[in-house]
Design a protein around this ligand. Structure first.
Ligand code: NI
Length: 136
């Protein structure tokens, strides 16, 4: 019997989608408005889910307070009110698309989750646009 425990979180961040090794025309053609040189912001929403067996002693898969603390330390303190391109080392040479952001977040949280438990991260860039990564 495996149960999924989920925690929602939120951060505001700015980004610009572009490749340094492409011309302005190539970047404009592929990334359009998202290539705005002066950056633009999003209200990112996050759903972090951990799936595993219930510990018979505690009745928990994991203490959701611990999950909240991990998300706060690994994501909110590092991404909230930041410029992802300029302020976050992981995106110095990685385009901060929703896809790349969700993989970076998953990797940061994964190392804090008990082996044997599965991790899934859903990242909303807008209320209608979201991506999912399960480490596959
Ligand atoms: Ni954007």
């Amino acid at each position: 019997m495996r149960v999924t425990v989920s925690r929602k979180a939120h951060f505001n961040a700015a980004h610009r989608l572009y490749r340094k090794d492409w011309t302005a025309e190539q970047n404009e053609a592929v990334f359009g408005k998202c290539n705005n040189p002066n950056f633009h912001g999003h209200n990112y929403e996050l759903i972090v889910s951990v799936t595993g067996k219930i510990n018979p002693e505690t009745g928990y898969v994991m203490d959701i307070k611990d999950l909240a603390d991990i998300i706060y330390e690994e994501v909110e303190t590092q991404f909230d009110h930041k410029n992802l391109n300029l302020d976050v080392p992981e995106f110095q040479d990685l385009n901060p698309t929703a896809e790349n952001i969700v993989v970076v977040i998953w990797n940061k949280i994964r190392k804090r989750i008990m082996a044997g438990n599965d991790l899934e991260v859903v990242l909303y860039e807008t209320p209608r646009n979201f991506v999912t990564y399960k480490g596959e």
